[in-house]
Design a protein around this ligand. Structure first.
Ligand SMILES: Cc1cc2nc3c(=O)[nH]c(=O)nc-3n(C[C@H](O)[C@H](O)[C@H](O)COP(=O)(O)OP(=O)(O)OC[C@H]3O[C@@H](n4cnc5c(N)ncnc54)[C@H](O)[C@@H]3O)c2cc1C
Length: 336
């Protein structure tokens, strides 16, 4: 059997979310199964010594299928799904997985529609039912519902099984020993209309760190007061080697773009440190930051719900606390 996993790229490396999905895929695969990856990118991205190629081998991938941009430029969800459908049948995959990212979820939903199979979103575990048992050919899955507030036990009857991985529940873990990776150039076979929706350009991130994978996230909510209030948070994030994330109020008000939103309808983050400034801690926000290793809150309200999730809190005005923190870090840098 083959377990096929969509691997997204972050620059020229494999995205952290995809490494988590590969870790999950390896757990799903039975001994002797092949772990295959589909990668949309330049051929060189997996060439000998390339970061993404080494990562795939380290995570146990034996066969990587590269779909080059010359043949399929940009991000086209339906076309990507068509390619995955072709690869699934070519490799005889009985499971096709992707990280539960925006792209992973969208492509897998299209794949479900194309193949007529159900797709299980946000899985935290999946196991084939034992051969010969009543449930042979079925998958026992556990998946997140309500943005991770509930776990659902479910049975998935599908061939191949289609699932996205709740990546905030899986730590990226390389295999014990790297696999020998064979890279195949895979020419896509598309149908009319597959490229009707296609993103050909995306804005390059300035620091190269994404919200989903940042080690430090400085969060700003309504308490920041407006678009101009984010400058000290940006400065602090830069000093700490992190990025700014925001609450939905902030994006709804148009103070910051949606791609910076943390939460149920935004990005799920898994940083070492989440510094939540002027954020009340609504359940939909916590759904996106609960996997942070340490949460520190800065809030003027000692009864704000975020405090029950935070390890430490500063009760005070963020407009005073954050500049003071920035000054303290700079002073420490000067004296070091
Ligand atoms: C279906 C659905 C999906 C949603 N998805 C998301 C999501 O993905 N992400 C998300 O964030 N929200 C989401 N929401 C919205 C969520 O319910 C809250 O409305 C939102 O998170 C509140 O944002 P906030 O904490 O910035 O604002 P508020 O709740 O207004 O909190 C502002 C906080 O700032 C503090 N404060 C004010 N001034 C200062 C100051 N000077 N210094 C320090 N602290 C100060 C206040 O004490 C308060 O705690 C969703 C809602 C729904 C219904």
């Amino acid at each position: 059997m083959t377990v096929l996993c969509l691997v997204e790229l972050d620059g020229t490396g494999a995205a952290d979310a995809s490494l988590r999905a590969l870790t999950f895929a390896r757990e799903v695969a039975a001994p002797g199964d092949q772990l295959a990856a589909a990668v949309f990118g330049e051929a060189g991205v997996l060439a000998g010594g390339a970061q993404a190629g080494e990562a795939l081998a380290a995570y146990g991938v034996t066969d990587a299928y590269v779909i080059e941009p010359g043949q399929l430029a940009g991000y086209a969800p339906l076309a990507w799904a068509r390619v995955l459908a072709g690869l699934a049948s070519q490799t005889g995959a009985d499971a096709v997985l992707a990280a539960g990212t925006d792209r992973g979820s969208e492509v897998m939903a299209h794949l479900g529609a194309l193949t007529g199979q159900p797709m299980a979103a946000n899985c935290v575990s999946a196991a084939r039912s034992a051969p010969g048992s009543d449930g042979a050919g079925m998958w026992q899955i556990v998946r997140q519902r309500w943005a991770g507030l509930l776990l659902e036990d479910a049975v998935l009857e599908a061939s191949p099984a289609l699932a996205t991985v709740a990546t905030d529940t899986v730590a990226p873990t390389p295999a014990g020993a790297p696999a020998t990776l064979t890279v195949h150039a895979h020419p896509p076979e598309l149908a009319d209309g597959d490229l009707a929706v296609r993103a050909t350009e995306s804005v390059t991130r300035s620091g190269g760190v994404s919200l989903a994978t940042a080690r430090v996230v400085v969060g700003g909510g309504r308490g920041v007061g407006g678009p101009d209030g984010f400058a000290p948070l940006e400065e602090l994030a830069k000093l700490l080697g992190g990025v700014v994330g925001v609450s939905r109020v902030v994006t709804s008000e148009g103070w910051r773009p949606h791609k910076q939103q943390v939460g149920q309808t935004g990005t799920k983050i898994t940083p070492e440190l989440y510094l939540a400034c002027g954020i009340s801690g609504a359940i939909q926000h916590i759904a996106g930051c609960a996997s942070a290793k340490h949460i520190v809150a800065v809030n003027s309200d000692a009864a704000a719900p975020i405090l029950s999730h935070a390890e430490y809190a500063v009760i005070g005005d963020l407009h005073k606390v954050i500049p003071a923190l920035v000054d303290a870090i700079k002073a420490r840098g000067r004296s070091a």
